[in-house]
Design a protein around this ligand. Structure first.
Ligand SMILES: Cc1ncc(COP(=O)(O)O)c(C=O)c1O
Length: 401
């Protein structure tokens, strides 16, 4: 009997991390600013910037911290309005609120990408910045977004928490806007438990972000970049202390050479399962836009012809009975990816019928890069059989529990 694959366990951290962690434990050198130079966090910043083809990188405590510092570094006026897609994780509007700005939500269509008509309509003179969340690694039309943003002179921040390794016309996601932010939380492509990084080519943005991240007094001297800018900003900006510590960098650095393989395997896993799901009339995985090469670690698909929430719930239950957990974003009462639950937004979230309809039938299943072909087929079989069961066709396969 085949058991359902465990999709929550992470890959082991590469062995190469062990010596460095042992050295740090022996010396107690965990703070990024103790060593005069080449602390693990500083080395990671250099390596990550090189990997992405960006001029500067700043490692911080989370992607949320990176988003917050990016917004702060743009020096927006208090209360500035920031466009964000309505399909994202609650951490994104939270970062906007944390930065004393007001999130303005844009509709997202059934293909999980920003509705460009709504985006253009909302990009008026009141908008101070655009935060594009590439939710679950789905890339919206970045050509159209960047053209509109540049025409209006509005800076773009990319939330690439799930998009490490994704490219658009061959360019790394995270390098299209003014700033790109990534997550090292455990469910992302690189796992440090927690952690984040922002990248930019803009010397003033990186100087401001470095100081605000907690490079107090003269610690900015340990960032071997834009030394001429720091004097101007020192003591003029608050210190939010969102630094990364050396142990995190020691866990992350040996994973960077694994990124290309994880991207390749994640893409091939996703495309295999997508092909199987798309062969049924009941499940549909929307196509990526042509310039995008994806790096997925999960799969999203729509339920087709499931006319009621009860049918969608029955599908979830049938998949669960086969050992496969499916999240339907809009169906649980407290889902952090359903915009109507973001009650912390001043005035409440507006109603967005297109995004709401999408979230009520959009399904989410984890597909980490380490899964085998047999694991993937188990998941695809379970999803297809669950859909057929609900839609009135009898499944042929026998499953373990
Ligand atoms: C789309 C998106 N953006 C940002 C974040 C925040 O990342 P972190 O947990 O590193 O703060 C997440 C977390 O899952 C996310 O899904």
């Amino acid at each position: 009997m085949t058991l359902a694959p465990n999709v929550y366990d992470a890959e082991p951290i590469p062995d190469a991390a062990r010596d460095e962690i042992e050295r740090l434990l022996q010396s107690g050198d965990l703070f990024r600013y103790t060593a005069p130079e080449n602390a693990p966090v500083a080395l990671l910043e250099r390596e990550f910037a090189a990997l992405m083809g960006a001029r500067f990188a700043l490692c911080v405590s989370s992607c949320s911290a990176a988003l917050f510092l990016s917004l702060k570094s743009l020096d927006l006026p208090r209360g500035a309005r920031v466009l964000i897609p309505a399909f994202t994780f609650a951490a994104v509007p939270s970062a906007v609120v944390h930065a004393d700005c007001q999130p303005v939500l844009v509709e997202v269509g059934e293909n999980f990408r920003i509705d460009m008509a709504d985006f253009e309509a909302k990009l008026d003179d009141s908008i101070g910045a655009i935060l594009i969340s590439h939710m679950r690694g789905h890339t919206s039309d970045m050509d159209a977004i960047m053209t509109l943003a540049e025409t209006r002179g509005v800076p773009v921040i990319e939330d690439a928490a799930h998009s490490l390794g994704t490219t658009w016309h061959g360019r790394n996601i995270g390098t299209l806007g003014k700033v790109g932010c990534f997550s090292f939380q455990s469910y992302k492509l690189v796992n440090a438990g927690e952690g984040g990084v922002m990248i930019t080519d803009d010397p003033d943005i990186i100087a401001r972000a470095i100081i605000m991240s907690g490079a107090y007094e003269h610690n900015w001297k340990k960032h071997p970049v834009v030394q001429d800018r720091f004097g101007h900003w020192q003591n003029k900006l608050p210190l939010y202390n969102m630094r990364m510590q050396n142990l995190s960098a020691a866990v992350i650095r040996p994973q960077l050479p694994e990124v290309a393989r994880r991207v390749r395997d994640g893409r091939s896993n996703h495309d295999h399962v997508a092909g199987r799901l798309n062969a049924t009339p009941w499940l549909h995985v929307p196509d990526a836009l042509p310039p995008e090469k994806r790096a997925p670690d999960s799969i999203q698909f729509n339920l087709i012809g499931f006319d009621s929430d009860d049918m969608a719930r029955a599908f979830q239950a049938a998949a669960k009975a086969r050992g496969v957990s499916v999240q339907v974003f809009g169906l649980s009462s407290d889902n952090a990816r359903a915009f109507w639950n973001w009650q912390f937004i001043e005035g409440g979230a507006p109603d967005l019928p297109r995004t709401r309809a999408m979230l009520m039938r959009a399904c989410d299943v984890r597909l980490p890069a380490r899964l085998t072909r047999a694991d993937l087929d188990y998941i695809a079989d379970a999803l297809i059989d669950a859909a057929e069961m609900v839609m009135g066709e009898t499944p042929a396969r026998a499953f373990g529990t």
